[in-house]
Design a protein around this ligand. Structure first.
Ligand SMILES: [Mg+2]
Length: 301
């Protein structure tokens, strides 16, 4: 795990770094609050921040306030490093949202033990956050994860350009499956469809269970045509799904709508546009892929 050490004293940085390396931690150092905040907000977020209280310009308390105000950074635990044994300082640090404090000069074992404890809690917190974003039946991402990721992708497109494609899928006549064979078979079908999506996704794609029998896939940096081709591969694989029920074979098909960010300037518009294409796929006979805008019918099953 990664620990960011912010302290204006080169000696304190060197000592803390040497101690933490014994626990195989990746330690990054900053000698002032401003550069510490920059590193924290960078691509490789730290799992824990050790923060000196007494620093010129920006004190550790100021840095902590900034961290806690930032939605992206507020979950990173902070341990204050303080030369003061003043109880008011310790209380102030904890009230600002720090999880702990360590008094300088560091005891050989205390610093490492407190860091290990904070990282244990951080790992559990990460697990909880991740579980809140995963659909328990299929293991796919849920709608909350999609909303977060779409927000990031559109912010990135506004800053750096690029594009994102989006696929919306719906199992055809799914209600019939549930009504005829029961929910256990219905669930089995949903799991098998999810497996198809996972198989067809790249590492960077985000396969999502959007709702009951609705799925979506977010494809960063892919043109519309590639997303259409991916949806077409999924469509063909879903046709092959066969779930056994008593002596019957349960088979399903799915319809797809595909959109991309060239014709949509917000996450909502991207979803709406794929949704409209999906509606068109349903209305023109199901088991097909329709791309938004051009209204290109890629296939008919
Ligand atoms: Mg200092």
């Amino acid at each position: 795990m990664k620990v960011l050490l912010i302290d204006d004293s080169p000696d304190a940085l060197a000592i803390a770094k040497a101690r933490l390396r014994k626990d195989d931690l990746d330690v990054i150092c900053a000698d002032n609050g401003r550069s510490g905040l920059e590193i924290a907000a960078g691509d490789e977020k730290p799992d824990l921040i050790l923060l000196d209280v007494d620093m010129p310009e920006m004190s550790g308390f100021d840095v902590c306030k900034k961290l806690k105000e930032d939605a992206d950074l507020q979950m990173i635990p902070v341990i204050f490093l303080t030369g003061s044994t003043d109880i008011d300082d310790k209380v102030k640090g904890l009230d600002l949202g720090a999880v702990d404090y360590v008094t300088k000069p560091f005891d050989a074992f205390e610093l490492r033990a407190r860091v290990r404890a904070a990282l244990r809690t951080k790992r559990l917190q990460d697990l909880l956050v991740e579980h809140a974003r995963i659909d328990p039946l299929t293991g796919l991402w849920n709608r909350r994860a999609l909303t977060d990721r779409l927000g990031q992708e559109f912010a990135n497109i506004r800053r750096n350009g690029g594009s994102v494609a989006f696929v919306m899928a719906d199992i055809d006549h799914f209600k019939r499956v549930n009504d005829t064979y029961g929910h256990r078979i219905g669930d089995e079908v949903i799991i098998r469809v999810a497996e198809v999506l996972i198989e067809q996704c790249r590492q960077s794609d985000l396969p999502v269970r959007y709702g009951g029998e609705e799925f979506s896939v977010l494809l960063p940096d892919e043109p519309l045509e590639s997303a259409v081709a991916m949806a077409e591969r999924c469509r063909k694989e879903i046709e092959k799904i066969c779930v056994n029920f008593a002596d019957q074979e349960v088979r399903v098909t799915a319809s797809f709508g595909v959109s991309d960010s060239s014709g949509a300037n917000s996450p909502e518009a991207l979803i709406e546009s794929a949704d409209a294409a999906l509606y068109q796929a349903k209305n023109s006979g199901r088991n097909r892929v329709v791309a938004a805008g051009a209204g290109v019918e890629q296939s008919a099953g």
